[in-house]
Ligand binder design. Structure first.
Ligand code: MG
Length: 396
C-alpha cells in the first residue's frame, strides 16, 4: 500500500484473517505477504506455459497466462492507486486469478468441465481457490498458501450456488447476492481490459486479424485516425501499439469516472459497506455500448477462427483422453499424486490435469497413447507439431 487509503479500501490490519492463524507478517502487511506467497508458488510458474488464446509454442511473443496475469496486475494497480484502494491486495488477486486454469485455455477448461459433469463439475475460478487453499504443498503447518479471506474472496470471482453452499464463509456472497471488496471488483474488470486489448494485439500479430478489419470497429477506428493524423506513415506495429495504449487509457478513464460516481453516490463508510452496496466498480453504459463491436469481432474473427478452433478441438481431445485414462487406471498417475490422495477419484484426476502445462499435457497424452492411432492423430496435428518441434530445437 502506498499513499492515502480511502475509507472504502480493504485494510490489511482489519483482515478477516487466515484459515490457520499465523503470527503477523510485519514489517510487511498481510496482503503483501499474500502477494509474495503467490509469486513464489509452483502454480504461478506454470502459468508461463499455459495458453491464453494461442498455444504456448505457436510463437514466443504471444501472451501466456503468466504475462496476461502480469498485465492484469499492472492495470489493476494503477486503477487502485487512483481510487486509493489497497494496491497489495489487488496485485495479489490479479496475480492469482488464473492459477486454477487448465492447459489450453478455455478449450481445456470446457473439456475438463464436461468430464467432471457427473462429479460436481469443474470451474476454473473455484480451482484457483483450491490451488491456494489446498493443492500447493509448501509449508510445514498447512496445505495451500493460507491466504487472507480478502485475497481468497477476490480469487473466487464466480461460483455456482451448488458449489458455494459447500464453501462456508467464502461462498456466502454467491447465495446472498453481496459484492466482494472493491479491490476484487476492480481486479475483475482489469482482467477484461487486459484481455480485450492484448487479444487484439496477439490477433494482429498472428495474422488472423487485420488492421482493415479492426478499422470497422468505431472504437479502434477513432483512435487509429488520431494516431495516423499525428504520425503520418507510421509503421504498422507502432500504429497498433499507439492505438491500443489509447484504447486502454480510455477504458481506464471511463472506469475511474463511473466508479468514482458510484462511490460518491453510495458513500460507503468502510470496506464492509462496499460489500452491502450494489456493484461499485464498473464502466459507464456508453462505454459498454462502445466496446460491444470490439468484443463481437474478437469472438467471431479470432476466438472462433477456424485455425484457432482446429487447435482447440485437438486440445479438448488431449484433456478428455487424459481424464479417461487416469480415471480408468489411477496407477498411471505419478506416485506423489497417488500418495497425497488416499482414494484416487475423479477430483484428484481433475486436479492433476488442471495443473498441467500445455506441453506437459501433450507429452503425457503421447506417453499414455503409445503407438496407437490417437497418438498418430495428435502427432500429425498442429497442436503437437509445434510442441515437438520446439523440443527438438531448444535454441529456436
Ligand atoms: Mg484472466
Amino acid at each position: 500500500m502506498t499513499g492515502v487509503r480511502a475509507p472504502w479500501a480493504a485494510d490489511p490490519a482489519a483482515s478477516r484473517g487466515r484459515r490457520h492463524p499465523e503470527a503477523p507478517a510485519a514489517p510487511r502487511s498481510e496482503f503483501q505477504r499474500d502477494r509474495d506467497r503467490i509469486v513464489h508458488c509452483t502454480a504461478f510458474r506454470r502459468l508461463e506455459y499455459k495458453t491464453q488464446v494461442f498455444v504456448n509454442h505457436e510463437g514466443d511473443l504471444f501472451r501466456t497466462r503468466l504475462t496476461h496475469s502480469i498485465e492484469v496486475a499492472q492495470i489493476a494497480r494503477s486503477i487502485a492507486r487512483r481510487l486509493q484502494l489497497d494496491e497489495d491486495l489487488i496485485e495479489a488477486i490479479s496475480l492469482a486469478h488464473d492459477l486454477g486454469h487448465t492447459p489450453f485455455g478455455h478449450a481445456g477448461q470446457d473439456a475438463l468441465a464436461a468430464c467432471m459433469a457427473p462429479w460436481g463439475g469443474f470451474e476454473h475460478n473455484l480451482q484457483s481457490l483450491r490451488v491456494v487453499d489446498e493443492l500447493e504443498q509448501r509449508y510445514g503447518e498447512f496445505d495451500g498458501l493460507n491466504l487472507c479471506f480478502e485475497t481468497r474472496e477476490g480469487i473466487l470471482k464466480h461460483c455456482s450456488a451448488a458449489n458455494a453452499r459447500g464453501l462456508g464463509e467464502i461462498g456466502e456472497r454467491f447465495l446472498t447476492g453481496r459484492q466482494p471488496s472493491l479491490e476484487a471488483q476492480v481486479a475483475n474488470l482489469a482482467d477484461e481490459i487486459a484481455y480485450d486489448h492484448h487479444d487484439v494485439d496477439d490477433g494482429l500479430r498472428s495474422g488472423l486479424l487485420g488492421v482493415a478489419e479492426l478499422d470497422s470497429v468505431p472504437l479502434f477506428a477513432a483512435h487509429a485516425e488520431a494516431v495516423r493524423a499525428r504520425f503520418p506513415g507510421l509503421a504498422e506495429r507502432r500504429l497498433i501499439h499507439e492505438v491500443l495504449r489509447r484504447m486502454i487509457d480510455e477504458r481506464i478513464s471511463d472506469l475511474l469516472a463511473e466508479t468514482g460516481r458510484r462511490i460518491a453516490l453510495a458513500a460507503p463508510v468502510d470496506a464492509e459497506a462496499v460489500r452491502r452496496a450494489p456493484a461499485l466498480a464498473g464502466f459507464s453504459p456508453g462505454m459498454l455500448e462502445r466496446v460491444r463491436p470490439l468484443k463481437r469481432l474478437l469472438r467471431n474473427r479470432l476466438y472462433r477462427h477456424a485455425q484457432v478452433v482446429a487447435v482447440m478441438d485437438e486440445a479438448r481431445k488431449v484433456v478428455s483422453g487424459l481424464f479417461e485414462r487416469f480415471l480408468a487406471d489411477p496407477a498411471l498417475l505419478p506416485a506423489e499424486h497417488r500418495i497425497r490422495n488416499a482414494a484416487i477419484g475423479p477430483r484428484a484426476v481433475a486436479d492433476y490435469i488442471a495443473g498441467m502445462t500445455d506441453r506437459f499435457a501433450i507429452r503425457e497424452f503421447l506417453r499414455l497413447a503409445g503407438d496407437g492411432p490417437a497418438a498418430q492423430a495428435l502427432l500429425n496435428s498442429p497442436l503437437a507439431a509445434g510442441a515437438l518441434a520446439a523440443r527438438r530445437d531448444p535454441a529456436a
